[in-house]
Write a protein of this length. Sequence first.
Length: 266
Amino acid sequence: MLTTTEFLVELENIDSRPETMFVQQHSEENYPLHQHQKTQLVYVRSGVAYLITPSKTYFLPARHYVLVPPRLAHRVLFHSPQHIITGLCFAEARDTDHPFFGKLGIYPVTDLLYEMLRYTESWYGHYGPEQYEAYLFLLNLKLVLPRISHHPLPLALPTTEDPRLVPVLRYIYEHIGELLELSGLARHFGFSPRSLSRLFQECLSISFGQYLKLRRMMAAMELMLKTRQTISEIAYAVGYNSLASFSNTFYKLVGQRPSQFAAREQ
């Protein structure tokens, strides 16, 4: 793992040669928000991670990759002690306005992409046209992405730095398995229910109820990847007393049943 100083030096190095592909094999944990001039692919090889941007937090499970468009500030935060990522920064190619490469997306890693990424595991540094075979391989990897990546993971949690709401969101995260109601939270933090409801809309552009559902689904997905708990145990652990209610909410937000997601991630 690089120190923050070493990471910032590498960040400058990546963008110093617009014509090259850059391959890196390390974690971005605890590094500050940063951006690249190039489109970046970050592949989580193991562990559970979150992609943080100035406005949202995205769930990033193992065996998925995130496509980060040029000049989008981001950082990766891991909630597991063991993690490995592969980062590919593609040569600059006016990707900002491209319908696929111009927007952030989190996608499952197909068998084809898994083998291609595995082939690069020993690579590090710049690969330009002068390294013809490696450069062509990485270019083809990039070009195949829109053809194999059709179903982005939909969960994104709005974030804020508003000091009035930050402790409330932290409390929700730390007590996700408990009964959490707007009136009780408002009373605990010295708000009226109406004021706290307005604060959620003002800072996050979603309601308290919507935020709580998203937070609970992210917690559930993390438990599916990190533990051997049953779906019923996980539902209870994230605050649901009804397995049917949990399953239906999960399906509406994620697009598949909890059992389907858990089976695919084994």
